[in-house]
Write a protein that binds this ligand. Structure first.
Ligand code: GLU
Length: 444
C-alpha cells in the first residue's frame, strides 16, 4: 500500500476551494505554507535510568485570526507531514467555527501505551521544556488530541508556568513578586485548554467534540431525508473509541439511533442482527476497561450487553450496510481502495483527515453526503476557545451555559457551510473551506 501524505491531501482540498475564490498569489502562498515549523529532539529519563531522545514537532500554520490553536498528539506514527496537515486543518476549522484563533498542531513520535505513568509525565514535561518559548496564551494555545488527556495538559501547563514564572520573576522581588505571580499564573493557565476541571478546565470540554458532532448531524438531518435502510431507527457504525468516538456513540445511542458497530485500534465489534440490535457505549466502555480492548468484549454477556455482537475488523466496519458512518480514529481510512465499497449514505468525519481526496470524489459520485472534519469535529476546539476565554477573564461558566453556547455556535457554522454549498453547488468540504478562507483573508 502506498503511504498517502496527509499534507498533500490538505493542499488538494485547498486547491479545489480556491477555484471558487479570487485570491492573489501571495494570499494563496500564505494559506498553503505554515508560518513556523518547530522540530525538536529532547531527552527523557526512562524508569530504568537510561535517557532516551524523542522527536517532537509544533507547526504554527496561520495566525491571521488569532493565536495558533490546536492539539498535541502522542502517536508512534507522528511525522512532520501529518502535523503540517493537522495544523492546516486547525486553521480552517477555527475559521469555520468563527473563533478568534488561528491554527497549529503538535506531535511527539511515541507509543504512549508503552510508557509508565512516570515516563509519560517526564515526556510531557520534556516536550514543553523544548517548545515553551514558542507557546503562550497570546501566541499558541495547545490542547489534547490523539492519546493526550486532561492529566497530560495539567503536567504540561504546570511545566510551562514553572518555566515562565522562573524567568520573568527574576526581575521582581518581595511582595511585588507574589502579586505578579498570582495574576500572571491565572492568565498563563490560558496557554493550555482541555485541562482538568480542578485545574482551570472548562465544564463540558471532555464531551464537547462528541456532542458537537451530534448537533451537526441533527442539523444535517433537518436538511436531507435519510430513511433507515432496515428497521425503524437509523443505524450508525463508529470507528474509534477514544474520547471523540465514545461520546459520539453515546449521544447517538441516547438519542435513539442504533449503534451497530464500534472499534478501537486493536479490533472491532458488530451486532449480530443489524435489523434490531444496538450496542450501549457506556457498557462497552466498562467492558473495554476490564478487557483492555473492545474486541475482547463480545462474549462477556452478563457483564455488558455485548452478547448480541461478534468481532470484526476496522476495515469491515467501514463497509457495513449502515445509514451513518462515523470515522473517529485517524487519517486515511477511506481511500481510493475502499470508497467504492462504502454503503453508508451519510459520513460524519469526527477524526481529522479520515477521507482522501480520491475517496471524496468517489463518494460524491455515489451521492454520499459527507460532513467534513473541519465542521463535524469543531465542537472540541469551540469549547477549548470557551476555556481560553474563561481563563483570560478569570471566570467560570456553568455546564448548561457552555452547552447552549456550543450548540448555537456549531449550528451557525453548519448553516454557513450548508448555504455556501447550495449557492456554489459544491460539496460540504469545499463549502467549509470557502467559508473559512474568506474569513482568514478578511473578506467575510
Ligand atoms: N485536537 C482537537 C482537534 O483536532 C482539539 C483542538 C483544540 O481544542 O485546540 O480539533
Amino acid at each position: 500500500m502506498i503511504k498517502i501524505n496527509p499534507f498533500e491531501s490538505a493542499l488538494a482540498q485547498l486547491s479545489k476551494a480556491l477555484q471558487f475564490l479570487k485570491l492573489s498569489p501571495a494570499q494563496i502562498e500564505r494559506l498553503k505554507n505554515p508560518e513556523k515549523i518547530i522540530s525538536v529532539n529532547f531527552p527523557v529519563k526512562m524508569d530504568d535510568g537510561k535517557v532516551k531522545i524523542f522527536h517532537g514537532f509544533r507547526v504554527q500554520h496561520n495566525s491571521a485570526l488569532g493565536p495558533y490553536k490546536g492539539g498535541i498528539r502522542f502517536h508512534h506514527q507522528v511525522d512532520m507531514n501529518e502535523v503540517k496537515a493537522l495544523a492546516f486543518w486547525m486553521a480552517i476549522k477555527c475559521a469555520v467555527a468563527d473563533l478568534p484563533l488561528g491554527g497549529g498542531k503538535g506531535g511527539v513520535e511515541v507509543d504512549p501505551k508503552k510508557l509508565s505513568d512516570h515516563e509519560l509525565e517526564r515526556l510531557s514535561r520534556g516536550y514543553i521544556q523544548a517548545i515553551w518559548r514558542d507557546i503562550g496564551q497570546d501566541l499558541d494555545v495547545p490542547a489534547p488530541d490523539v492519546n493526550t488527556t486532561p492529566q497530560i495538559m495539567k503536567w504540561m501547563a504546570d511545566e510551562f508556568i514553572k518555566l515562565k514564572t522562573q524567568n520573568s520573576l527574576r526581575l521582581h522581588s518581595g511582595q511585588a513578586k507574589l502579586k505578579t505571580k498570582e495574576k500572571e499564573i491565572s492568565k498563563l493557565m490560558g496557554t493550555f485548554t482541555g485541562k482538568p476541571l480542578d485545574y482551570g478546565g472548562s465544564e463540558g470540554r471532555t464531551e464537547a467534540t462528541g456532542i458537537g458532532g451530534f448537533f451537526v448531524l441533527q442539523a444535517l438531518l433537518k436538511k436531507i431525508s435519510l430513511k433507515p435502510r432496515n428497521g425503524k431507527e437509523l443505524t450508525a457504525a463508529v470507528q474509534g473509541f477514544g474520547n471523540v468516538g465514545f461520546y459520539m456513540a453515546k449521544f447517538l445511542h441516547e438519542a435513539g439511533f442504533r449503534v451497530v458497530a464500534l472499534s478501537d485500534s486493536k479490533g472491532a465489534i458488530v451486532v449480530n442482527d443489524m435489523k434490531k440490535d444496538s450496542f450501549n457505549p457506556d457498557l462497552v466502555l466498562k467492558c473495554k476497561k476490564e478487557k483492555g480492548t473492545i474486541s475482547g468484549c463480545y462474549c462477556v454477556g452478563s457483564v455488558c450487553d455485548l452478547k448480541n455482537g461478534r468481532p470484526t475488523t476496522n476495515e469491515k466496519l467501514l463497509e457495513l450496510p449502515v445509514d451513518i458512518l462515523v470515522p473517529s480514529a485517524l487519517e486515511n481510512q477511506i481511500t481510493g481502495d475502499n470508497a467504492d465499497r462504502i454503503q453508508a449514505k451519510v459520513i460524519v468525519e469526527m477524526a481529522n483527515g479520515p477521507t482522501t481526496p480520491e475517496a471524496d470524489r468517489i463518494l460524491h459520485k455515489k451521492g454520499v453526503t459527507l460532513v467534513p472534519d473541519v465542521l463535524a469535529n469543531s465542537g472540541g476546539v469551540t469549547v477549548s476557545c470557551f476555556e481560553w476565554m474563561q481563563n483570560l477573564a478569570g471566570s467560570h461558566w456553568s455546564g448548561s451555559e457552555v452547552r447552549s453556547k456550543l450548540q448555537k455556535k456549531i449550528e451557525s457554522a453548519f448553516s454557513a457551510v450548508w448555504e455556501t454549498s447550495r449557492e456554489e453547488k459544491t460539496d460540504l468540504r469545499t463549502a467549509a473551506f470557502i467559508v473559512a478562507i474568506k474569513r482568514i483573508i478578511g473578506d467575510k
